[in-house]
Design a protein around this ligand. Sequence first.
Ligand SMILES: [Zn+2]
Length: 283
Amino acid sequence: MELIQEMATHLPLFWWGGLAIIGLCVGSFLNVLIYRLPIMIDRAQQANRAEPSAFTSVEAGDNAPSFDLLLPASRCPECGEPIKWQHNIPLFSWLYLRGTSHCCKKQISTGYPLTELAAMIIALLSGFLIPPGLSLLGVLIFSWLLLALAIIDGKTWLLPDALTYPLLWLGLLFNLKETFISLPDAVVGAVAGYCLLWGFNFLTSRWVNKNCMGNGDFKLTAAIAAWCGWQCLPQLLLLAALSGIISILLLRLLSGRSFKTAIPFGPGLAIAGLLQISGLIVI
Ligand SMILES: [Zn+2]
């Protein structure tokens, strides 16, 4: 460990600058993903519901404006004015404009710069703990995807397949060469992770007459275990449940919410996943 940190302090300045810039740019992209993906899912579901039968000639959503990760270009959430590139520089534009929009001077959510800052901190911290190589790339992808999933689940109670599935496949691919754990441990982890949570939900739903978890939680657990192995599962679920309990206590203390307040499980799983992968790389 000391050896890696000693190596890290000898890495050139442009390496750290590059890592920080990449972190900020990824954070900016994650903001787009966090905002647009739930809307894209909602639109797709609406289009499916409105889908005409195969016997009609009317096509649903014919005139729907295109809305994806690239289009339309970024606009001010208040007045709809397109955002110029100089007002869209991650973190710095928000600081320069003192948290307001350039066009109508309305307050811009602190969530945007905080996501960019978190992505940058992930990049720098990972760079400090892991030497340049496949492990570093893996940890960065793993952590950034978990960051996006945690925020999306926290805001919308959704864990999109478009993120959980790639996280799972990438975990298996990175472990083809035992980057973090052996491939059999990864495969067994993914299957066991999914089955454990599905089984838990199956039993508890019979007891309380409602689902306590969603399919996304099963897939996210499987995905994390594909990176960290089946051995991580007891600690992962314990830590995720613990962060859930702490969140409920904080909500009770800070905003007086009831102890029965339902909270999404994804953020807790994400925090637990980050701790688990840290345990694998920091020896
Ligand atoms: Zn505006």
